[in-house]
Design a protein around this ligand. Structure first.
Ligand code: NOJ
Length: 534
C-alpha cells in the first residue's frame, strides 16, 4: 500500500458545513447568493461551531448544472462576486478559525469551456474522448467542425475530460492509453488548478465524481493512480490541505490518496445503503433504481442502524488511521433530513447521532434549523435527475429570517434563484437564535460537547451495545449515547447508566436499576464517569 503523509492534524477535528452559494446569503439583493453574503454570515458559523466550509462550485459557468459545468477553473462566477471577494471570504473565515474548501470538478468541463471548443474543431485534440466518426452509444454528436461525437460524463453538456482508458478495445479505436498526450495534459491541468487555489489560501477540495476519470477502469485502479500521484504532490507542495472525495467508498478512495470520503446516497458495494438506510424515507430525492427500504430514522420504527454500522465498520477497519469517513446530514443532491414523514421533532435525535458517531460530520446548510425539503419545485439549473429526483427541493434559500427579503425576494422574479418554501411555519435562524430550546442551539451544544470531548471525535472508540431501537453505544469508554428515532417508547437495560451524568438529553429516563426508557424521538448523551470527573 502506498504511504502518504498523515492527514493534517486539523482534519480530525473538522466539522464540515456545506454551502450552496446560490442559496446561502444574498448581500446585494439580486436574488442569488454571493461571497459577500457568506462573509457576512461567518460570525454565525463560528458561533455555531463550524470550522470547515465546503462551497459548491463557484466558477465561471453557464450554470446548466448549477456550476458543475465549469467553463473557467481559475475565475469565479461574476454572480457570486469577484476573485477578490472570494479571497476576502477566505481571509475573514481564517480569522475566525474556519477553513474553506472548494469543489473541484475533475472529470468534465462545460461544453462552453475553451478547451472543449478547441477540441470540437480540431481532430488532433485529445483532451476529450472523441469517437472520430458516427455516433456510438452514449456519445453526443460533435457541435463543431470536427466530425464524430464526444463522450459526456454526466449531462450531455458536460464532456468527459480524457484521462484515458484502462484497456484497449479494437471495436473502440478512439480509446487512448492513460499516458497519451491529452490525458497527461489533463492531469497537469488538475494540478495547476489545485495549485492555484491552494496557493491563494484555500484549504482543499471536495472532488466531484472522483471515481470517474479513467474509463473502462475495472476496480478503478487507473483512476486511483491519478489521485495517488496528486496526493503525493500535495503532500509535498501543500501539506496542510486536504482532498475529500465524492466517491462513496472510503475503503477504495482513501488508499487511492483522499484524506476523507463521504458516505453518499450511492457508491460502494451496497450502492449507498449506509447513508440511505439512515435517512432516506422514500420522499424527496428518489432514484427509481433504489430498493425500497425502511430507514432507521423513521417514526414507524421499522428500520435498523445495522446496515450503517456494518458499512462503517468495514470502511473504518480498512482505513485504520490512514484517513476519515464523513457522514453528511444531507447534500445538494439528496433529500434534506426534514423530509416526507420525518418532522422537526425528529431531528434532535438525528443530530445527537450524527455528531457523536466516529465520523467527520458534514452539516448541509439549513439542516441545523430543520429546513424542509420542498417538493414539486420547478426544474432549476439542472436540478431534475428523474421523475422523482428533483434536487431543487434541497437547494432552497437559507431561511435567515421571516422578513420578505430573506436575502432573495427583492430581486425581479426572473432572477430569483428559487422561491422560498411556502410554509407559514418555516423555521428561521432568527427565531431559533432567540430560543435556546431550538434545534439550532442544540446543534451548537452538541458541537461544543464534541469539540471539548476528544472521545467523541473520529479517533475515539465506539462500542455498540444495541443496534436497534434504541440505538445505544459508548464512545471512548466514557460517553453513553442513546437515540430513539421511532415514535414509540423503547427501553434498554444498561447497568452503567445508573450513575451516569446527563450531558444532553430529551425524553430519556434512567431508573435505579439501569433501565433506560427512551420516549419517542428521544436522545441522550451521558458521561459514564460518575460526576463527570477524570
Ligand atoms: C455530482 C454533483 O454533486 C452533482 O451536483 C452534479 O450534478 C454531478 N456530480 C455532475 O457534476
Amino acid at each position: 500500500m502506498t504511504s502518504f503523509r498523515p492527514a493534517p492534524a486539523w482534519l480530525a477535528d473538522a466539522v464540515f458545513y456545506q454551502i450552496y452559494p446560490q442559496s446561502f446569503a444574498d448581500s446585494d439583493g439580486d436574488g442569488i447568493g454571493d461571497f459577500n453574503g457568506i462573509t457576512e454570515r461567518l460570525d454565525h458559523l463560528a458561533w455555531l461551531g463550524i470550522n470547515t466550509v465546503w462551497l459548491n462550485p463557484c466558477f465561471v459557468s453557464p450554470f446548466r448544472d448549477a456550476g458543475y459545468d465549469v467553463s473557467d477553473y481559475l475565475n469565479v462566477a461574476p454572480r457570486y462576486g469577484s476573485n477578490d471577494d472570494l479571497a476576502k471570504l477566505v481571509d475573514e473565515a481564517g480569522r475566525r478559525g474556519i477553513r474553506v474548501l472548494l469543489d473541484l470538478v475533475a472529470g468534465h468541463t462545460s461544453d462552453e469551456h475553451p478547451w472543449f471548443k478547441a477540441a470540437a474543431n480540431d481532430p488532433a485534440d485529445d483532451r476529450y474522448v472523441w469517437a472520430p466518426e458516427g455516433h456510438p452509444d452514449g456519445f453526443v454528436p460533435s457541435p463543431g467542425t470536427r466530425p464524430g461525437a464526444y463522450l459526456p460524463n454526466f449531462f450531455a453538456f458536460q464532456p468527459a475530460l480524457n484521462f484515458g482508458y484502462a484497456r484497449e478495445n479494437p471495436a473502440e479505436p478512439w480509446r487512448r492509453p492513460v499516458d497519451a498526450e491529452g490525458p497527461r495534459a489533463n492531469r497537469a491541468a488538475l494540478r495547476e488548478i489545485m495549485d492555484h487555489w491552494l496557493g491563494l489560501g484555500l484549504s482543499g477540495f471536495r472532488v466531484d465524481m472522483a471515481a470517474s476519470l479513467v474509463k473502462d477502469d475495472a476496480g478503478t485502479t487507473e483512476t486511483a493512480k491519478i489521485w495517488t500521484e496528486l496526493r503525493h504532490w500535495m503532500d509535498g507542495a501543500h501539506p496542510d490541505a486536504v482532498l475529500l472525495s465524492e466517491w462513496g467508498e472510503p475503503e477504495v478512495s482513501v488508499p487511492a490518496g483522499f484524506h476523507a470520503d463521504f458516505f453518499l446516497q450511492f457508491g460502494g458495494p451496497t450502492d449507498g445503503l449506509a447513508l440511505r438506510s439512515l435517512w432516506s424515507n422514500g420522499e424527496g430525492t428518489v432514484d427509481e433504481n433504489w430498493d425500497q427500504l425502511d430507514c432507521f430514522f423513521d417514526p414507524s420504527g421499522k428500520g435498523s442502524p445495522r446496515p450503517f454500522v456494518e458499512a462503517w465498520h468495514r470502511a473504518s477497519t480498512a482505513l485504520g488511521h490512514s484517513g476519515f469517513i464523513s457522514l453528511p446530514s444531507a447534500n445538494h443532491d439528496f433529500s434534506r433530513l426534514n423530509c416526507g414523514p420525518r418532522t422537526a421533532d425528529q431531528l434532535p435525535a438525528a443530530f445527537a447521532f450524527q455528531l457523536t458517531w466516529p465520523t467527520l460530520p458534514a452539516i448541509y446548510y439549513g439542516d441545523e434549523i430543520g429546513m424542509r425539503y420542498v417538493p414539486d419545485l420547478p426544474e432549476k439549473e439542472g436540478s431534475v435527475l428523474g421523475p422523482r429526483y428533483n434536487r431543487a427541493g434541497s437547494r432552497t434559500p437559507m431561511q435567515w429570517d421571516d422578513s420578505a427579503n430573506a436575502g432573495f425576494s427583492t430581486a425581479p422574479p426572473d432572477r430569483l434563484y428559487l422561491p422560498l418554501a411556502p410554509s407559514p411555519n418555516r423555521p428561521t435562524v432568527a427565531a431559533q437564535l432567540a430560543d435556546d430550546t431550538s434545534l439550532l442551539h442544540l446543534v451548537r451544544r452538541l458541537l461544543a460537547l464534541r469539540t471539548s470531548s476528544p472521545e467523541l471525535g473520529p479517533g475515539g472508540s465506539v462500542e455498540v451495545l444495541h443496534a436497534g431501537y434504541p440505538f445505544v453505544y459508548v464512545r471512548g469508554g466514557r460517553y453513553l449515547v442513546v437515540v430513539n428515532p421511532r415514535r414509540d417508547a423503547v427501553s434498554y437495560g444498561y447497568d452503567g447508566a445508573r450513575d451516569a451524568r446527563v450531558l444532553a438529553a430529551s425524553g430519556i429516563r434512567v431508573d435505579g436499576d439501569g433501565t433506560i426508557t427512551a420516549h419517542g424521538f428521544a436522545y441522550g448523551i451521558f458521561d459514564l464517569r460518575r460526576g463527570g470527573g477524570q
